[in-house]
Structures are given as structure tokens and as C-alpha cells.
Write a protein of this length. Sequence first.
Lengths: 449, 140
Amino acid sequence: MLNVDLAVIGGGPAGLAAALEARKNGIEKVLILERDKELGGILQQCIHNGFGLHYFGEELTGPEYAERFVEQVEEQGIPYKCDTMVLHLSRDRTITAINRTDGLMKIKAKAVVLAMGCRERTRGALNIPGSRPAGIYTAGTAQRFVNMDGYLPGRKVVILGSGDIGLIMARRLTLEGAEVRMVCELLPYSGGLNRNIVQCLEDYQIPLKLSHTVTNIFGKERLEGVTVAQVDSSRQPIRETEEYVPCDTLLLSVGLIPENELSREAGVPLDRLTSGPIVKETMETCVEGIFACGNVVHVHDLVDFVTRESITAGRCAAEYIRKQKDAGSVPGEDRKTGGSAQDQNKDVAAEAGCQSDGIQTVASDGIKYVVPQYAGRGEHPEGLKLFFRVDGIYRNVRIAVQCDDHEIYSVRKRKVAPGEMETLTLKPELLGDLNTCSELRVELVSQDK
Amino acid sequence: MEERKLTCIVCPMGCQLNVTLNGNTISRVTGNGCKRGSAYAREECTAPRRVLTTTVPVAGGAFPLVSVKTERTVPKEKIRQCMEEIHHIHASAPIRIGDVLLENVCDTNVHVVATRNVPAAGTKAESPKVRNEDRSESMQ
């Protein structure tokens, strides 16, 4: 059994920032576990620029952004294990992991940071009918082939989904000599950033077909073509608009899902809206000593926000470890532990733990979700930062925060869209009333009336 | 007189801009919600520029490719030509972030620089702290 103070699962931007921040806060025994062969996570394949504008005040490419953190991890001598797969995490923070040099190992941690990120939705999640030929990839897989391995996945490409990775890949494949025939988006608007629509599609005259989807897939060994159809307002394909588009490659950019198998095994309660762990403002989950940050909690648009959130997780994990040491107790053993995560009542009990410590944040009218889901009742010297997404495109609205039925914050927005994560900070003086408040509700109020 | 439509990318509003061009000079910008929109329209219509990012094969590296970028923006109309020139680069490991791999690409006065470190094959990512021995296996 290997004993550490803090184990960080995942060596991408979230894990790196959390590990560094914990070390800065005096935690010596930190260990990062990464399943890829190097640190940096998905940033290593995101060779385009535009990262770091918020955090570093300059435009970096993905690998450059990652390197700034990897370099510090090296300088600080923070240990990490690459090519290492975490197989299991238990509620008492025992990690089972495996790699080729250490074999199977057990790691006991005083605190754990979950930083596993997210993965892409695949064809299976969409149930597109048709045959099952080669040539159908998620956009991120294609990105890895092109940018890391040096393979072009095909010559004639249709992209389904206008998320940012799909848009970025449309440009990338075009520059490498492929013909991107079109990008289809089921919704009447794109989920990607405007900047990417202009610079990745319009610059290269790639058509963006809104309210369109792929209805059939053809080809035996290799993809030969797809049918594309317009959809009506209830997102059903309109048969008369079906069009056959010959292509050898179909890329899917249809959403990301936080990767929470390990969280579930540890009995960490998840939010159905974010698909990530329910967290407090400290980024601690409802299971004591297990923290989470980055895309494993909710999918971010900008890595800069992942970094900020992960710094909070690292700092609070360090505080937790110190408190446990000061109290002289062995964390985890003063509580009921146990491996049987099948017991669903435990999740409920764990969430009750969250509830007793804090005030729930609630996504109300027009808001899809709010993170963190719980805010502490105590002091908030730096204020309380909320991250949320809206559930559609709205113009001329007010974002309001209600403490029960009393409005404590309001900001006007000319336009909000689900593709752009919103954030607001409640200043400490606004939070004075929190003790008397049973929930914090975030909602959109129309300004037109 | 020529009319052009643009989507402004300065902020998330995404205003639809209408630009009236008189030859190469802009006589009018409408549809912009703020001043920044008209400045964007002016540059975008007269001299659009982009940063180009791509990859270059590496000989003898721990990875088969190195990611690169143009150090600054280059004229948009030269992007394809720049890709051509970059395709002819022969890089060999080790490479450090910021190393110039091609000077003055397509007479733009802009260098093409590496955006990641590529250690030589067989070294352990240049770091004594790397824990696993098998990470240096060449991917070529």
C-alpha cells in the first residue's frame, strides 16, 4: 500500500492545476495518476490557438498552455505516474491502479481530486440507422489521428454536430487537403463559439446546415455516403428534404459526457443535469475528502475556467488535509466506510451530508444547471462564484439570483446562448443573508415586457 | 460600391455587420452594436489576418509530429501558400517550444515556431522525474 496525502486522478489541465495548488499550500505528498503516456491531457492534441486569454492574458496553443503547468510540476518535483490506469476508487479513498512497471497497486490517500475530464458522445448515443462501415469517428479521435499520429482519416468529410471540436476539425482537415462537404447541426443554432464559425467554416466556405441531421449511413467496408435531411421544429427529419451526400468519413461532434465511472464506484452523488459530481463551493463532493474539478464536474468551453476551478479544488483539498492532520485523526476512519456502492441509499445519505453543510443552488427559469450545487453557510471572504448555462438562446434578459424570494443580484445581458458558459460572482456583502436563506435560485427574467 | 456581410467575433453577441466598400476603402458599417464591431469590420474587409497552426513531421523524436504556429498573424489569403511551405519543413528532435522551424514563411516576415517539446527518441522526455521507463518507446 502506497500512502499519499493527495492523489489526483487525471493529469490534464484540471489535475495539474489542482496538484500544483495543493503543493503551494504545503502538501508534500502529492501523486498524479495519468492514463496517457504523458501529462497535459486533451490539450496536447488541441494544436489551435486561443487558449489562455483569460488566465495568462495571451493567446496560446493547447500544448503551450499544458506545458506551462507541466513545467511547474517538474520544477516542484511533484511525482506522477503516466501510462497508469485507475481501476477503482473506494469511498475511504483507496485507489486501485495498474501500470506496466508497478503492476497492480493500492494507494491510500488522505484526499482525492477527481480530474478525469470528459469523453465524446458516439454514434451509439445517437442511434443513427444504417450500416457499420469504417470511417465514422468522433471529432476528438480524428483530431488525435491528425495532430498526434499524423494520419488523415479520410478525404471527403461530413461533420455532424457544430460543437467547437467539430468546427476546429473542419478547418484542420481542410488545411490538410481533405474536402469538408458540410457541417450539419440538429438545432437551429450552433453550439460552437462565433469565432470558430467564422474562422473555421466561413473562412473556408464550408456550409453550416442548421436544423439538419444525418438520417442514414451507407457503405460496407468503408463509408460511402450519408443521407442528410432537414428537421422540423420537433427535431424530426423531413423526408422530402433528404439528400444523399457521398463521403468517406463522418465526424461526430455531438456533445461531451463527464467521465464518472470512478466517482460512481466511490459513491459520489452525481447531478443529473451536469452528469458530474454534486460539489460544494470548495469543489468537495458530497463524499468527505473527495474533491472534483474541470470537465469531470461540468463541461467547460474554456480551459482558463477549468484552471481557476481546479486551483480552488487544490487549495481546499490542502486545507482539508491540514485540518485532519491537526485534529490528529485518520481521515475516513471516523466515518462509516465500505465498498458496497450498490447501496443507493448511501448516495442519498451522502447528499444529505452536503445539504446539512450548505445552501442548495437551484437552476430556475431558463437556466440549465448551476455549479457549485451547494454553497457553505459560513463566511465567504472572496465572494461566491457561480457557473451556469442557459437552456436556449435569449436576447435582452436579466440574470437574477434569488435568496428564497428576495433578489440579491441581477445583471443585464443582451444575448445569452447555451454554447457560452456564464459566470457571476456574489460579493461577500451580498452573502450576509445566506444564513437565513434556504436556497439560491438563478433565473432568467425577460426584459422585453 | 460593394456590400459585404460579416459576423462580428469580438464578443458573444455575434452582430451581423453590413459593410459598404468603395474599392478598398470602407464607407459605412452598420449592424454593429458597439465601436469594436466597426474596427473589426474594417480590418476584416481590408486586411484580414490569421494565426496558422499545423503540424510538422519530426525525425528521431519521441513523438512523430511537432505542433507549430505562425509566431504572429499572417495575411489570410496566404494561408494555403504557408501550408505548402510548412509541408516542406524537415524537423529533427530534440525540439523545444519556441524553436524557429521556418523563417519568414512566404515573405510575411513571420516565423514558424514549435508549440511543444519533442525530446529525442529513447530519452525519457528530458526529465529525470518521469516514473515509467516504457514511455520512451518510439511511436514511429
